[in-house]
Design a protein around this ligand. Structure first.
Ligand SMILES: Cc1cc2nc3c(=O)[nH]c(=O)nc-3n(C[C@H](O)[C@H](O)[C@H](O)COP(=O)(O)OP(=O)(O)OC[C@H]3O[C@@H](n4cnc5c(N)ncnc54)[C@H](O)[C@@H]3O)c2cc1C
Ligand code: FES
Length: 345
């Protein structure tokens, strides 16, 4: 392991941070409390771009979709995919909302259990070598043996501190037939096998001080962060008077899940509600009892409509669902500081 550490200076400011040779520029900055903009942490969104003014860097994924040819000509790099090869001077605009609420840590971890949720979704739980504090709704990066680059997975636990002797950290992952990460998890990883985990990251965490009822909308692999937000809500004394509405959007009835994880939360019957909405069933075909038909954003609009602007809203899932929901929330004039999501890539 290369233990060299370089200095990174933010040009035009008095801020600087140290960056270990085996870390990325973005994550090293976040570990030291620098409000470095980002979102996905996996090379896709482009939010972590910076301009290299002086120094040498190395791109972990030169063809990452978050960086265009034009960016490259302008000496722009992705902070989440770049390692320092010497001291650096870089230019970027920091933003207060990116300042980490918990310091991200890198730790070894071991798979302690896995369980099937649906035909293509399973939960994987890991015991960490080092404690990690996180808030409900955040995600971590998991580096699996034999897979190029880490994968981002959201925690399904309620936020808190996961320590050596404490509970395991759990992820709920969708199996993609051609996915390198999901196949390594589903087909190769055995109980006792090791991975590296780096986290927490993400801005879509539970706001315990928000004085509003909560709406969680999950689609597909977006289950975990919404379950985490729901678990965090029911564990929070600050939110003890708030109702939580949970909507799960799926294509087919066999994809629907999550209700059993919520029904066991103390106080759920009095303060919680769950609705499954399926979009892939013909209008004449029967549905299981209690299910609704259609797209999840349409259902949310029909049922909550004008009340959306009075709610704290969290969502996670496929890009199309996220875009449709965002469009609806803008049309319903929901203040954007009440809306929390990390786009999945
Ligand atoms: C914030 C966030 C939270 C997420 N939470 C969940 C979750 O809770 N559950 C879930 O099932 N999925 C989640 N995802 C999606 C997940 O990270 C994977 O993208 C998805 O599981 C597909 O991964 P794969 O390895 O199976 O597929 P692949 O097609 O093999 O990999 C796709 C992913 O790997 C990255 N990647 C591909 N090639 C490289 C490379 N050469 N170097 C570096 N990175 C590379 C891509 O950016 C992309 O994220 C989340 C994604 C994000 C961004
Ligand atoms: S945070 Fe680096 S590309 Fe998304």
């Amino acid at each position: 392991m290369d233990t060299t550490v370089y200095a990174v200076h933010l040009v035009g400011t008095d801020q600087s941070f140290s960056c270990a040779a085996d870390d990325t520029v973005l994550r090293a900055a976040l570990r030291q409390g620098i409000a470095f903009p980002y979102e996905c942490n996996v090379g896709s969104c482009g939010n972590c771009k910076f301009e290299l003014i002086e120094g040498q860097v190395n791109a972990l994924w030169p063809d990452a979709p978050g960086l265009s040819d034009k960016d490259k000509q302008r000496k722009r790099w992705l902070g989440c995919q770049t390692r320092a090869q010497g001291d650096l001077h870089i230019k970027l605009r920091t933003g207060d909302k990116y300042r980490p609420i918990h310091t991200p840590v890198r730790t070894r971890a071991r798979l302690v259990s896995s369980r099937v949720i649906t035909h293509d979704l399973s939960e994987f739980s890991f015991e960490l070598d080092q404690p990690m504090a996180f808030s409900s709704g955040q995600y971590a990066l998991v580096q699996l043996a034999g897979v190029t680059g880490p994968r981002a997975y959201s925690m399904s636990n309620a936020g808190g501190s996961v320590s050596e002797s404490g509970t395991a950290l759990s992820f709920q992952v969708r199996r993609l037939p051609q996915g390198a990460g999901s196949n390594a998890l589903f087909a190769q990883l055995r109980v006792g096998d090791g991975v590296e985990i780096d986290g927490p990251y993400g801005m879509a965490y539970l706001r315990e001080d928000a004085p509003r009822d909560i709406l969680c909308v999950a689609g597909g692999s977006g289950l975990a962060p919404m379950v985490s937000v729901a678990r965090g809500t029911f564990a929070s004394s600050q939110l003890a008077a708030r109702r939580l509405h949970f909507v799960y959007g799926a294509r087919m009835p066999a994809d629907v899940c999550g209700q059993d994880m919520l029904a066991v939360l103390p106080g759920w019957l009095a303060r919680g509600s769950y609705q499954a909405v399926v979009s892939g069933v013909d209008s004449e075909a029967p549905l299981p009892e209690g299910f609704a038909r259609g797209f999840v954003h349409d259902w949310v609009d029909q049922v909550y409509g004008n009340r959306l602007a009075e709610m704290e809203i969290y969502f996670a899932g496929p890009a199309l669902m996220a875009q449709s929901l965002l469009k609806l929330l803008i049309a319903r004039q929901v203040p954007m500081d009440q809306v929390h999501f990390d786009q999945f890539y």
